[in-house]
Design a protein around this ligand. Sequence first.
Ligand code: ATP
Length: 199
Amino acid sequence: MFLKKIELYGFKSFANKTILQIDRGVTAIVGPNGSGKSNVIDAIKWVLGEQSVKSLRGSKMEDVIFSGSTNARQKNYAQVILTLDNTNQRLPLDYSEVNISRRYFRDGQSQYFINNTECRLKDIHELFMDTGLGKEAYSIIGQGQVDQILNSRPEERRIIFEEASGIVKYKSKKLDSIKKLEQTQQNLQRVEDIIIEIE
Ligand code: ATP
């Protein structure tokens, strides 16, 4: 699996439709200070479901939408589309290419898509679990993050190894099942109470 293309529209400094085509091997994005290099990384994190505005270097989610400049009016929504090569089927979808997209409007409306079909944020999280590319995975290492990882507590560092070893999906399913079990046990308890009342 590798990132083939990033399409940005109205995202931060990318007012107009901008397409970044990425080949296999090493790609470097270079440019003067303030030209938008970090905004590209923010776009990748954002489309993968980043919800923390602080992590996106803003103060509110609306800050991801192009706010206007001397030459261009502000945009009403931001959209980012990632295209991933999936010929090795690392993503559990029967497609050799997978598109992930997120759109956010000024009125707060938010949409996510997998291969142009609208989906939930949860679906995006689940799709990328154990691939190393989730929003909190290790594929994106920000400035100062290496120090942070080295200085983190063993329990925090363990999360990285769990993602790499591919057990996050199962841990998440286990948690869902435990919740369902608890709910079922409560329902059973209620049924038993009703039976006692009737008898
Ligand atoms: P450096 O090399 O200094 O780290 P950079 O190339 O990584 O810089 P970014 O931090 O990606 O630059 O981009 C900062 C630019 O993006 C600033 O000029 C800022 O005004 C612009 N910007 C951020 N959010 C928006 C927005 N919502 N609308 C318009 N421009 C924005």
